[in-house]
Design a protein around this ligand. Structure first.
Ligand code: 6PG
Length: 473
């Protein structure tokens, strides 16, 4: 009898995300071989696994330890490093083997990489992995894109390591080529919007309602018991509880108000602008980070630019907190609508066949934007999987209907007090634009035709015939 030394999965890259995914696999009885360019991270991973992970010291050794079809997950820095490792792997692999990129890669790169491997018959998967280091270790949300048939070989492992909710594992076959990385990119765009809404609510609660972090912790904990229940609300409550050992005050108050970004939000905005899909809340969130990073300029402007004098809200604080809650909830729903409309549009243009209800389902656990509200999104697509926009669904309409007065009041209040709420306000403008049967863009068409003879179409002529008028004679 020959000893069975074939490993079922290979993981390249033993930084914390790769290591945690490999450890997660071993927890589920999957035999994993690992490799890292430098040996120390491999040794640490093997040690942490209690010897269950099989450490290898070269790509050749890694590849030869794997059973067929070989399944190799790359958890290395997105960009050129992926191309370099794929090139080194290619001569070592056979047709039918599967290489998976689990990083935050640009989806067009994923499409190109899949095509490059095609002639050798090697399958390439771009898999969105969300949930940070903890998610990777104990259950991420996974968004795999690639060859549907090859997915069958990955499915048992992905379903074993993914987070689980009452509706099953937080993974589904998303679609071919770049679909997985595309969906992860939009997930991150929604994440940006969600975080910005929370920051705007915090700004109002702090400066208008006058709450300190102690009280903010209570408010966010309470919100997390209701329809806003989500990972981001939960961690926000916890953040408010952390004290600064140096000043003795709250740590959040000591953090420089200058937000950074790695680029997935920007990619989302770029695609949306290029494809003509409106995602204003997501773009507002990116702009807010950009503006926040100009700290020195803002400090100067704060002394020079007039605005309303900041005053505390004199009315009922509990009522104001509830209104901010409602504005946050309505804004959040609209950001889902924007993100999903972007996914839906690209899915039809690329014939990806993405099931939006399934996407909401796999975002319900493991990932950064996991939230109770996503159940309503899944239900909306269960009712109609060809829904052109989430806002048209009856259940979603109900969520907004009962909160829109508060949403409008909060945006007005913010404007009156000079508190910026760019994401909440642009979400509201999106909502109002979308529900407007008559927009003023007839005037824009007239202007374009007047100065540039760009032509226009008449409302009363369904044929689409274009007309030019000499407006300025
Ligand atoms: C996730 C996160 C993860 C990462 C963000 C951070 O889903 O687990 O989205 O991918 O933490 O990309 O993005 P920024 O640095 O751009 O805020």
């Amino acid at each position: 009898m020959t000893e069975k030394k074939e490993y079922e999965f290979g993981v390249i890259g033993m930084a914390v995300m790769g290591r945690n995914l490999a450890l997660n696999m071993t927890d589920h009885g999957i035999r994993v071989a690992v490799y890292n360019r430098s040996s120390e991270p491999t040794e640490t991973a093997v040690k942490l696994s209690g010897g269950k992970l099989h450490g290898t010291s070269s790509l050749v050794e890694l590849v030869s330890s794997l059973g067929r079809p070989r399944k190799i997950l790359l958890m290395i820095k997105a960009g050129e490093a992926i191309d370099a490792v794929m090139e080194q792997l290619a001569p070592l692999l056979d047709a039918g083997d599967i290489v998976i990129d689990g990083g935050n890669s640009w989806y067009e790169d994923t499409r190109r990489r899949e095509k490059n491997y095609l002639s050798a018959g090697i399958k390439f998967f771009g898999v969105g992995v969300s949930g940070g280091v903890d998610g990777a270790r104990h259950g991420p949300s996974l968004m795999p894109g690639g060859d549907r048939t090859a997915y069958q070989a990955l499915k048992p492992v992905f379903e074993a390591i993914a987070a689980r909710t009452e509706s099953g594992p937080c993974v589904t076959y998303v679609g071919p080529d770049g679909a997985g990385h595309f969906v992860k990119m939009v997930h991150n765009g929604i994440e940006y919007a969600d975080m910005q809404f929370i920051a705007e609510a915090y700004h109002l609660l702090k400066d208008v309602a006058g709450l300190n972090p102690d009280k903010l912790e209570d408010v966010f904990n309470e919100w997390n018991l209701g329809p806003l229940e989500s990972f981001l609300i939960e961690i926000t409550a916890k953040i408010f509880a952390v004290k600064d050992p140096e000043s003795g005050g709250y740590l959040v108050d000591q953090i420089l108000d200058s937000a950074e970004q790695k680029g997935t939000g920007l990619w989302t905005a770029r695609v949306a602008l290029e494809q003509g899909v409106a995602i204003p809340s997501i773009i507002a969130a990116i702009d807010a980070r950009a503006l926040s990073s100009r700290k020195a300029e803002r400090v100067r402007a704060s002394r020079l630019l007039p605005g309303p004098k900041l005053t505390r809200h004199m009315g009922d604080t509990r009522k104001l907190i509830q209104q901010i809650h409602d504005a946050l909830l309505a804004s959040k729903v609209v950001a889902y609508a924007q993100g999903l409309s972007l996914i839906g549009t690209l899915s039809s243009r690329n014939a990806w066949g993405i099931d939006l209800g399934e996407i909401a389902r796999i975002w319900k656990g493991g990932c950064i934007i996991r939230a109770r509200l996503l159940d309503l999104v899944t239900q909306a697509y269960d009712r109609d999987n060809a829904l052109p926009n989430l806002l048209l669904d009856a259940g979603i309409r109900e969520v907004i209907e009962s909160r829109q007065v508060a949403w409008r009041e909060v945006v007005c209040l913010a404007q009156t007090h000079g508190i910026p709420v760019p994401a909440m306000a642009s979400g509201l403008a999106y909502y109002d634009s979308y529900r407007c049967a008559e927009l003023p863009q007839n005037l824009i068409q007239a202007q374009r035709d007047a100065f540039g003879a760009h032509t226009y179409r008449r409302k009363d002529d369904g044929s689409g015939k274009v007309i030019h008028t000499e407006w300025l004679d």
